[in-house]
Design a protein around this ligand. Structure first.
Ligand code: ADP
Length: 399
């Protein structure tokens, strides 16, 4: 049913476009026809009026004859026509030019050349325009139809694109909500699996332990996958954040603790928090801001070799909350620094850092989160020495 409706929609749209193209072509044809009719009409007026004049009178002074011809021509048509009268010699050179308003002949139509008696090769040429008023009077219905169809098409397309955007936003919001809601059950599964491992399974029960580890691994995979999906979606649309007041210092300490646990002793990791802000609470998005800092921490560890020293420093600068994440890692070359917040950008694409796959989405996510807080993020990095990512948020306190 849904597909049928879509096909009917496409067919209607295609018919509409064909109608519009057809109307446009008939409009062009109509324009050419009317122009030909106009030429026949004006040429006969010029013919009649020139017959009433004696062209040899233009020697030695052509002005009186040309003024007379010009007013005769203007008197014979009630449309706003501009006439240009030229006297041209046998080599095609203009000898005299007459027009009321110094019009340019480039886009004008011209009548046949009238030979000037007594002077062989010399001709008189009359140019005139195709007035829009004539076209409007003759074919206003067709022009109206073209304009109406064009407007309909433009508004139709604008409406469709607006409706499509609205639908995508709704879908995105829904997916985000669902994925976000997975967080708690996944954490419960991990915690419970840990509990079962410690309390209900004997250390020598290899099979039992294997199964529990499998549950933990799968839950972890789902967690990483859902985080990745959230990052992608957050980069797609304008991020909407909900602020709440919470203890930032405690949450940062918990983040570092989580990072320490996730390391499983693989690297010689040193993590430190220097919290220098007077107030321990902040009014920001708990989910997104902590997610962004988590990303910076993940990167700091990922891109810092075997012994990462990562420090998170929080302080206040002229009322603005500043959060720095410093590492002693590989650093980022100057040239690449301006691109790293772009979606899918990776400094060494195809060479995952220590086997960890990346998608070039993390920093784009951080950037969008900071932007949604009306803040700023900068990077200061020296290849071989380390990097510092700094987040500035000026509105971080509840009023
Ligand atoms: P990825 O999934 O590749 O880590 P990110 O968007 O998080 O994507 O980072 C983009 C690129 O920036 C990375 O590929 C990496 O080269 C570089 N980068 C990010 N953080 C750091 C860091 N702390 N030290 C060195 N390079 C970094």
């Amino acid at each position: 049913m849904k597909h049928d409706l879509r096909i009917i929609g496409y067919i209607t749209f295609a018919i509409f476009i064909l109608l519009w193209i057809n109307q446009l072509f008939s409009g062009i044809k109509l324009y050419e026809n009317e122009k030909t009719q106009w030429k026949i009409h004006v040429d006969s007026i010029i013919d009649n009026n020139i017959k009433a004049l004696s062209l040899s009178d233009i020697h030695p002074d052509p002005v009186p004859t040309f003024v007379q011809l010009d007013s005769l021509l203007h008197g014979s048509t009630h449309y706003p026509v501009h006439f240009v009268i030229q006297q041209i010699d046998s080599s095609g050179l203009e000898l005299f030019h007459y027009s009321r308003n110094r019009e340019n002949t480039a886009k004008m139509i011209h009548a046949k050349a009238y030979p000037i008696a007594d002077t062989p090769g010399e001709v008189l040429l009359v140019h005139y325009n195709f007035p829009f008023a004539y076209l409007l009077e003759k074919s206003w219905q067709d022009m109206l139809a073209i304009v109406a169809l064009t407007l309909l098409l433009v508004f139709g397309l604008l409406y469709l694109s607006h409706a499509q955007q609205h639908l995508s936003r709704l879908q995105e919001q829904m997916i985000k909500q669902v994925v976000h809601d997975w967080k708690t059950p996944l954490s419960s599964i991990s915690t419970l699996a840990e509990l079962v491992e410690r309390k209900s399974i004997a250390p020598e029960d290899e099979q039992g332990l294997k199964k529990i580890h499998l549950i933990q691994e799968e839950a972890n995979r789902l967690k990483i996958g859902s985080q990745q999906l959230l990052k992608t979606l957050s980069g797609l649309a304008h991020l909407q954040i909900n602020r709440s007041e919470f203890n930032l210092k405690d949450e940062l300490l918990a983040l570092l603790e989580k990072q320490r646990l996730a390391n499983h002793g693989q690297k010689d990791l040193q993590l430190q928090l220097r919290y220098l802000v007077e107030s321990e609470t902040a009014y920001v998005s708990h989910f997104y801001l902590l997610g962004a800092i988590q990303n910076l921490l993940d990167n700091a560890v990922k891109y810092s070799g075997k012994a990462p020293h990562v420090t998170v420093i929080c302080y206040q600068k002229r009322g603005t909350l500043v959060i720095e994440v410093r590492d002693n890692g590989v650093g980022i070359p100057k040239k690449q620094q301006k691109h790293i917040f772009n979606k899918y950008y990776q400094v060494n694409k195809g060479e995952p850092a220590h086997g960890k796959k990346g998608y070039g989405l993390g920093l784009n996510y951080v950037y969008n989160v900071v932007k949604a807080h009306k803040g700023k993020i900068t990077v200061n990095s020296t290849p071989g020495k380390g990097s510092t990512f700094t987040i500035y948020i000026s509105k971080w306190r509840k009023k």
